[in-house]
Design a protein around this ligand. Structure first.
Ligand code: SF4
Ligand code: SF4
Length: 373
């Protein structure tokens, strides 16, 4: 049984449980482990030569959005913790095997009680590697029982861990959509970002998902791949890339999937570290600011999503969560999932800062992929 073979008893530090091209910022005691330091780093960049001097709120005002407010809540996103069997270079969570922030059962119960008060049709479960949370299966079952569409944001390699080998079939039985991160359909680009051996493990995990019925066009076995650029450039051409990836994975590995979504890398956490270390930070921010696309604003994910952290705090999105930019109610309070009040939340203003240019650049970027199709 899962509880008896708790993932915490696995040696997640070992490379055999998942590739580890780096370690967490927290473990290295990097200054960038501090969200405040990340925000200050972005604020200190000289963007005076870009439109509205690189101030996101002014850019929105410029285009008829004097404030950013939520629309109808559709997606209830639960980040069940920072624990992960991998330590990818671009990780915006600073996740890894050393992270012990994991949502407990009481907070999961509070999430479910809150979910029952919302109009959300989808529960998006993320991490870290969400499957490593010992209450993951309970949470999925409870959401499925409530008739919700459930998304598991999966790093693929986690499915090869012994306590989780039955997960593809288990998720398939419940109709859970699996959204899998894979930087590229070729080995080199994938292993560069996520560590040696990632590609082969990912292909094996995709085979197991295909064998469980995923990726064959069945809406109850939806297999979505999610790709971030491997470098300091924007995601682009999602539809064209999907065709290319489908043909490439089928021809070379006999793998099928349903759709591809592409995301911009956000200039935060370990990707921010990489941008600084590689001398790309200033240029990347200029690219993001100059590629601001006003047509993406209405569809920003912070407008239809609520993000809950492992400890039950509430955020406008997973990126704000990693920067500790909590939701602020008009009363000035920072609400907790225990005190969930959907009415008060609809009246809030979404908290934005410079990192938000990552969501509005080019075709736009969200947990659902490009905003402008
Ligand atoms: S990007 Fe995903 S798989 Fe990689 S360390 Fe972060 S949470 Fe884990
Ligand atoms: S990071 Fe993106 S989703 Fe989050 S608040 Fe900013 S614009 Fe919205």
């Amino acid at each position: 049984m899962f509880e008896a073979t708790s993932p915490f008893e696995l040696d997640l530090e070992s490379v055999t449980t998942g590739p580890k091209p780096t370690t967490s910022l927290l473990r290295r005691q990097s200054l960038l482990a501090s969200p405040d330091y990340q925000l200050k780093t972005l604020a200190s960049l000289d963007l005076s030569h870009t439109p509205q001097q690189g101030h996101f709120a002014d850019r929105l005002t410029d285009h008829g959005w004097p404030s950013l407010q939520p629309a109808q809540l559709e997606i209830f996103q639960i980040n069940v913790g920072k624990l992960c069997n991998m330590t990818c270079r671009h990780c915006h969570v600073d996740a890894g095997p050393d992270r012990r922030e994991v949502m407990d059962r009481n907070t999961i119960e509070a999430c479910l009680a809150a979910l029952d008060q919302t109009t959300a049709h989808t529960v998006d479960i993320t991490g870290g590697a969400p499957e490593l949370n010992p209450h993951f299966r309970y949470l999925v079952d409870q959401c499925v029982a409530r008739g919700k569409h459930v998304i598991d944001r999966c790093n693929l390699t986690v499915l090869l861990l012994p306590p989780l080998e039955d997960l593809p079939g288990w998720l398939a039985e419940r109709g859970v959509e699996v959204v899998c991160s894979l930087p590229h359909y070729r080995k080199l680009n994938t292993d560069n970002q996520r560590g040696d051996g990632t590609f082969e493990k990912s292909i094996e995990a995709l085979r197991r998902l295909n064998a469980a019925g995923y990726g064959q066009g069945n809406p109850d076995r939806q297999l979505t791949l999610m790709s971030n650029p491997v470098g300091a450039f924007l995601a682009s051409g999602q539809a064209k890339m999907e065709q290319e990836w489908k043909a490439g994975l089928l021809k070379n590995h006999d793998i099928r999937f349903d759709r591809l979504i592409t995301l911009n890398n956000m200039p935060i956490s370990r990707f921010l570290e990489w941008l600084e270390a590689s001398g790309n930070l200033q240029r990347y921010m200029e690219v993001l600011v100059n590629a601001f696309n006003p047509a993406t604003v209405a569809g920003l994910m912070c407008r239809n999503t609520l993000s809950v952290s492992w400890d039950g705090r509430l955020f406008d999105c997973d990126f704000n969560q990693m920067l500790d930019l909590e939701i602020q109610l008009l009363t000035g309070q920072r609400p907790h999932i225990r005190d969930f009040d959907p009415e008060l939340l609809t009246q809030r203003q979404i908290v934005t800062d410079r990192h938000c240019f990552g969501c509005t650049a080019g075709a736009g970027s969200s947990c659902g992929g490009a905003i402008e199709q």
